[in-house]
Design a protein around this ligand. Structure first.
Ligand code: ATP
Ligand code: MG
Length: 427
């Protein structure tokens, strides 16, 4: 019997996991500058948390959810996205209370699950890094979140990015647009894809998001939401654009963009890349927007919100070829078998002082041990043979300079930091 990982999942092995760690470290550093703090919510929730927030007609709910009844017959689902769980936690923990700072800013990173057709940059278990900011309706926060999105991707080395924005307006704008869209699309009903025919009656805005080529041709001439914004919604969008310009951020207004989840309103945005790894055309790496109304939808008080989610796998495609070379401070080569205990003691003492050490466990000859040390990019190679054992010393070679010295084992045990500094400072 041979086992395979489930379709659409990946093993992130040493060699790749370093890049993942680097992405996570950069993300934490950048997010901290914008005063976001980490939240960790469950990988599964009551199914209704997601149907309520994504909307019954969203792709996520209709086709992509990993849902199941647990042994107590409760309907559960693996999280397909991060926002719903964070909003649920925000409401359940009463984070809207007066004792919490406003806006309340959080970020998350972790696995999401969607039953999709796997292909490059599209998996069934994938990873997102996302942010949510609750409690402010200020267009300045929309602009800041968009700036953060671009800052994050740029800090990770992503190039050839494009920021696209649009406004879905307030509920009043949406209602006016809704009717105009139905009026425009209905004559084309028979030409639309099956999915879009269903969307037309249930949620016409979704037709704009269709991936079907012919649907897209029809949609190209549809009325634009921007022409239906109320004065308040238009003012909000104009301020966001003015702020982006003031921050020196380049963006494009894409009047056909709607985004996949039902809960968005006002500003929505995507950051895309046309890097050749995506095989031509623009691919969305990060998407987000304002979702006033969602906190209420999940049982909380009226609270505005804005956020985004970035797909880590798609970011990784952009970072392909960037390897994170790990350096090793010390490799200990044991020349005589008697040195095994002393080598283990030294390694342990050095590790307890905060340095990485490696040594041989495969009974290799000294020559092969030196080879391993080179492979691991060791800065210092310590050798322990008969004479060193007798003298209580160790012979240490700086691999960059070739300089070799005899050091007392006791000095290493007492203050390896000082020894390391002394042996490497000449470089
Ligand atoms: P798409 O139109 O590509 O299906 P989406 O609108 O469903 O994207 P969002 O729900 O906005 O995507 O998720 C934000 C980001 O998460 C996407 O831009 C993408 O980078 C990533 N993402 C979404 N679904 C997947 C997936 N199945 N595999 C890998 N990454 C994904
Ligand atoms: Mg999708």
């Amino acid at each position: 019997m041979s086992y395979q990982r489930p379709k659409g999942t990946a093993d992130i092995l040493p060699g790749q996991s370093e890049l993942w760690q680097q992405v996570e470290t950069i993300a934490r550093t950048v997010l901290e500058r914008y005063r976001y703090r980490e939240v960790r919510t469950p990988l599964f929730e009551s199914r209704e948390v997601f149907t309520r927030s994504s909307g019954e007609t969203s792709d996520i709910v209709t086709k992509e959810m990993y849902d199941f009844a647990d042994k107590g017959d409760r309907m559960m689902a693996l999280r397909p996205e991060g926002t719903a769980g964070v909003v649920r936690a925000y409401v359940e923990n009463k984070l809207f209370g007066p004792e919490f700072a406003k806006p309340y800013k959080v970020y998350y990173m972790g696995s999401m699950f969607r039953y999709e057709r796997p292909q490059s940059g599209r998996q069934r278990e994938f990873h997102q890094i996302g942010v949510e900011a609750f409690g402010s309706n200020s267009p300045a926060l929309d602009a800041e979140v968009i700036a953060l999105a671009e800052d994050l991707l740029t800090a990770m080395g992503a190039k050839s990015l494009k920021v696209a924005i649009n406004s879905l307006g307030d509920p009043e704008s949406r209602a006016a647009y809704h009717q105009a869209l139905i009026d425009y699309l209905t004559p084309f009903k028979d030409e639309l894809s099956h999915d879009s025919q269903v969307r037309l009656t249930k949620n016409p805005l979704r037709v704009l998001d269709s991936k079907d080529k012919h649907d897209q041709e029809i949609v190209a001439n549809a009325p634009k939401i921007l022409d239906y914004l109320t004065p308040v919604a238009k003012a909000h969008f104009d301020t966001v654009k003015a702020l982006l310009e003031a921050l020196g951020l380049t963006y494009e207004v894409d009047p056909d963009m709607v985004r996949g989840l039902d809960y968005y309103n006002h500003t929505i945005f995507e950051v895309m890349s046309n890097d050749p790894v995506f095989g031509g055309g623009y691919t969305t790496i990060l998407g987000g927007g304002r979702y006033n109304g969602l906190v209420e939808e999940l049982g909380g008080p009226e609270t505005p919100g804005v956020g985004f989610a970035m797909g880590v796998e798609r970011l990784m495609l952009l970072m392909q070829g960037q390897e994170v070379a790990g350096d090793l401070p010390v490799y200990i080569v044991t020349i005589s078998e008697d040195a095994t205990v002393a080598a283990a003691q030294l390694a342990h003492a050095i590790r307890l002082q905060g340095f990485a050490v490696d040594l041989d466990y495969m009974g290799r000859k000294p020559k092969a041990q030196f080879k391993s040390a080179n492979k691991e990019n060791a800065k210092l190679v310590m050798t322990l043979g008969e004479s060193e054992l007798e003298a209580g010393t160790v012979s240490v070679k700086n691999m960059a300079t070739g300089a070799q010295e005899s050091i007392n084992q006791a000095d290493i045990v007492n203050d390896f930091k000082a020894v390391f500094a002394q042996l490497t400072e000449a470089e």
